[in-house]
Ligand binder design. Structure first.
Ligand code: PLP
Length: 377
């Protein structure tokens, strides 16, 4: 099956009991058992719920894995998965990792004896140089947030595999439609399903997907034991959203190209960071490992005044946290996604006070451009 067909027919999408085209919302915490000697497939909804399971199967198929796990948020997926590591283990992490992940690694996992070294992951050499004897994981986001820096996933996966290290990729920006890290040799794919996957800004959810059976069993053990699972109603919402992933992404990506080109011609715009641009440093690598540049980019403005005017004045693009919804969302990384990163660290990473991120929605791109033009003044 091609991807568009998988979105509709992959996994379990028809209710086996009634033939309903939507998987029912099994709003139950427990399941009645028949026999003392052996319990049924479902016993307690933290362990398994048919609504969640259908979504998990769909995600496994879309990423080309064997197992998918749905969690209560992207952060729940990320932190639960990181619990496969133990005290004494070391991680190499891309230095512009999502702010919440940075916070969990430097505020929680370090206390548990899991240390992280943050490196510029555009350089495979820098990643290699940070590897220690106790390094067990390499954690990546590509294109990264908010500067859209690109990591060569195949090269890093090969390096990691040769040293017995697990490669984890947060694939939120791309979704499996545009990039499938497991096919490139990476071991674990993570998602904030809140974003493009669900796509309607109406549910918080997260995923982990693996190909390896043993790794799947380890994550399953934590999902059940830790309990940060996605509920049945949110599972339904996420699965409904995923069905339209391709048409939404195609539309948003097309509009993004138009907007990026227009922005590049504006005198208040100093730089545009988007891997779809030939001048982007990661353009070549991204093109070799992904099927498109996506619908999120960031740009640098000439002054804080212009930045403030744009953020507060845009009418169509909501000034908000998050991305990947049907509505365009304009955000301010320094005070939003990366607020948890200390100011000095933020400056070092190039997340300035004049950097704006735009997640392009499904509005007409001409209307979005007119709105940006008016708001920038
Ligand atoms: C939003 C986001 C997360 C966190 O996901 P939640 O669903 O908000 O918990 C993690 N990684 C990236 C890249 C994100 O954009």
């Amino acid at each position: 099956m091609k991807f568009a067909t998988k979105l509709i027919h992959g996994g379990q999408t028809v209710d086996p009991r009634t033939g309903a085209l939507g998987m029912p919302i099994y709003q139950t915490s427990t399941f009645r058992q028949q026999s003392v000697d052996s319990f049924g497939k479902y016993d307690y909804a933290r362990s398994d719920n048919p609504s969640r399971e259908a979504l998990e199967e769909a995600m496994a198929q879309l990423e080309g894995g064997t197992r998918g796990f749905a969690f209560a948020s992207g952060m729940a997926a990320i932190t639960s998965t990181l619990l496969i590591f133990s005290a004494g283990d070391h991680l190499v992490v891309c230095d512009d990792v999502y702010g919440g992940t940075y916070r969990a690694l430097t505020g929680v996992f370090n206390r548990l004896g899991i240390q992280s070294t943050f490196v510029d992951a555009t350089s495979v050499e820098a990643i290699a140089a940070a590897i220690r004897p106790e390094t067990r994981g390499i954690y990546l986001e590509t294109p990264s947030n908010p500067l859209l820096k690109v990591t060569d996933l195949k090269a890093v996966a090969e390096l990691a595999r040769s040293r017995g290290i697990i490669t984890l990729v947060d694939n939120t920006f791309m979704t499996p439609y545009l990039q499938r890290p497991l096919e490139l040799g990476c071991d674990i794919v993570l998602h904030s399903g809140t974003k493009f996957l669900s796509g309607h800004s109406d549910v918080i959810c997260g995923f982990a997907v693996v190909a390896d059976i043993d790794l799947g069993n380890r994550i399953r053990y934590i999902q059940n034991g830790f309990g940060a699972i996605l509920g049945p109603h949110d599972s339904f919402l996420a699965q409904r959203g995923i069905k339209t992933l391709k048409v939404r992404m195609d539309q948003a990506q097309g509009s993004t190209q138009k907007i990026v080109q227009w922005l590049g011609e504006q005198k208040q715009v100093r730089a545009v960071h988007y891997p779809g641009l030939a001048g982007h440093p990661g353009h070549g690598v991204h093109g070799s490992q992904a099927d498109g540049p996506g619908a999120v980019f960031s740009f640098e403005l000439d002054s804080f005044q212009t930045t403030k005017r744009l953020l507060e004045g845009s009418r169509l693009s909501a000034f908000a946290v998050s991305l990947g919804g049907v509505e365009s969302i304009i955000s301010y990384p320094a005070r939003m996604s990366h607020a948890a990163v200390p100011p000095a660290e933020r400056a070092r990473k190039g997340i300035t006070d004049t950097l704006v991120r735009l997640s392009v929605g499904l509005e007409d791109p001409d209307d979005l451009i007119a709105d940006l033009a008016r708001a920038m003044g």
